[in-house]
Write a protein that binds this ligand. Sequence first.
Ligand SMILES: Cc1cc2nc3c(=O)[nH]c(=O)nc-3n(C[C@H](O)[C@H](O)[C@H](O)COP(=O)(O)OP(=O)(O)OC[C@H]3O[C@@H](n4cnc5c(N)ncnc54)[C@H](O)[C@@H]3O)c2cc1C
Length: 452
Amino acid sequence: MSLPSCDVTIIGAGLAGSFLAVLLARRGDRVQVFERLPDMRRSQVPAGRSINLALAARGIRALELAELMPKVAPLLIPMRGRLLHDVDRTLSFMPYGQREHEVIYSVSRPGLNGVLLDAAERAGATIHFRQELVDVDYACRKLIFLDAATGRRHEVPMGTVIGADGAGSVLRRAAVTQLGLDCTEELLPHSYKELILPADAHARHRIEKHALHIWPRGGFMLIALPNLDGSFTVTLFLPKRGEPSFESLQNDAAIEQFFARHFPDAYELIPRVAEEFGKRPVGIMGTVRCRRWHVDRHVLLIGDAAHAITPFHGQGMNAAFEDCRELLEILRDATTWAEAFDRFETRRRPNAEAIADMALENYVEMRDTVRDPKFVLKKELSLELERRFPSRFVPRYSMVMFHDEIPYRVAFERGRIQETILNELTETATTLDEVDYERAAALINARLDPVA
Ligand SMILES: Cc1cc2nc3c(=O)[nH]c(=O)nc-3n(C[C@H](O)[C@H](O)[C@H](O)COP(=O)(O)OP(=O)(O)OC[C@H]3O[C@@H](n4cnc5c(N)ncnc54)[C@H](O)[C@@H]3O)c2cc1C
């Protein structure tokens, strides 16, 4: 027996909140969404949010099940691999996968969010913009909102509530202080800033369009993802303090010198870099880990509100969409919301922990180890092993990005085993030809079960 439809309040009309509103409204629930920002379909995205994102298999599967891909597909630009930029301007390409469909897609955040908001409204959800959740009273079961238009506070009774209010979730923090919810928010000692590398005079991309560009520089890096208008969104990831850092880049001369020295090819393509740098905000990044995602039986945290992660695996949004898809599946045969929330947390939390750890590991890989010849050999070898032993060996990156049927936790565990195999096989080898493939077969058969 499926759960009867009910009144659901969603906090936040970002990627998770608006997608979940589509799914629940179509299920027959009466959905009210409260969003602190103005309607992004009619106003600019506030500075400081990532302007474009990488969409991969898990996100696509969820959007496909909701039949939203026809609307999303025109917004996508395939990226086939990493294009690394050395300081001496040498370029090297590392494919993400080895099959035609093994690509990830650059997508505009406001474009995608707009599609989801339209679909949510079409499905019957009501979205209240400029309504910021400012307080929660769990004891009296009240949500307190600030209406930006009137400057007044108003209360909404707490029925079934889903917190999709992002990494700084007010709903979560109130549960921590009022109900003793056990959560940690671990900030990275690095921050980020976004700049624009504009299109050429004919609205064409000035660097390779179908790649995710990386300028890895050890303790810091620059990356760029393509936009449909021919521009790229360029993101600098840099320590907050030390040398070099956001703190040390305090004047125009220091900023110009920093870009010219470390990213000479990008520097030539970003006009007035110091001026732009000065205008744009610095964003913070971190990992949120909570022991519970559902509180008080009627309240669930989802997406970044439950498990914000660092952006280095390009999976936060993908994981948030997967959350929504799995919650819908669970609701189909649950008898109460509390039971559904409990099952959702049990199923999803180990996966969220795994992708949080993999995202942190990927940061070191992207900014640093990606330049190491041993790392490059291991990447090539993992693709070769996948070719030779496709039922047992799938590179970890591919499991996360292209295999939505493999849960993150399984990808993490198999990835650990695979890493030891790769280390053993490349101990003495310096090229693929020098690898002992008979030993590879023995190690793989002994340590890895066939992929389910
Ligand atoms: C630099 C950067 C790059 C990223 N790149 C990728 C990528 O390539 N691929 C990927 O999959 N993920 C990426 N992510 C992660 C991704 O952005 C998040 O995981 C995703 O946005 C989570 O969706 P969400 O709906 O849970 O949270 P959000 O998108 O943050 O949405 C939360 C919504 O709630 C609203 N809100 C917040 N507080 C309140 C309140 N008190 N009252 C009412 N409304 C409120 C906000 O305005 C917002 O609309 C990146 C993140 C960053 C920072």
